[in-house]
Design a binder for this molecule. Structure first.
Ligand code: SF4
Length: 150
């Protein structure tokens, strides 16, 4: 795996480039396959903070890359190619999400994953949404995945 770990001098929370701290040039096919199989890396196109139209309450939305559907009405064609995203380690993604968690809970919102087709990275998502966040043990933290296949 040639993907590099995120830099330590991360951008401040709220920066539209916050998830883009590990921008790499060309990622080869073997690395992509390995990243998808392990779920240790996610490919992020971008993210939006404070949206009220992507689920209940106020949402943090992460847009993942990769989609095989090519819908005629797609408004995110720049997310189709997995390599248009920045590879981000699961630890870093969890760290960023955790920093938003309290604020989103107060605003009765949560994290929404969109794309692209997020389920192309289902192993990464399984790590991003641990079982406790799915069973309702954190009732006001409402994780959501928007997907053409869900
Ligand atoms: S599933 Fe979504 S991201 Fe993929 S082509 Fe269709 S509309 Fe676009």
């Amino acid at each position: 795996m040639k993907l590099t770990a995120p830099a330590q001098d991360a951008l401040p929370i709220g920066s539209p480039f916050d998830f883009r701290i590990s921008k790499v040039g060309k990622v080869d096919e073997t690395d992509i396959q390995s990243a998808l199989e392990s779920g240790e890396w996610g490919f992020f196109h971008s993210f939006t903070t404070g949206t009220a139209v992507d689920g209940p309450g106020v949402r943090l939305v992460a847009w993942l890359t990769g989609c095989q559907f090519r819908c005629a009405f797609c408004h995110n064609p720049d997310t189709w190619k997995l390599t248009n995203g920045t590879p981000v380690r699961i630890e870093r993604a969890l760290e960023v999400v955790k920093q938003y968690k309290h604020g989103l809970q107060v605003m009765k919102g949560g994290l929404t994953i969109s794309g692209g087709e997020p389920l192309m990275q289902y192993r990464f998502l399984a790590k991003l949404f641990p079982p406790s966040s799915r069973r309702g043990s954190i009732p006001r933290w409402k994780p959501m995945v928007t997907s053409a296949t869900a």
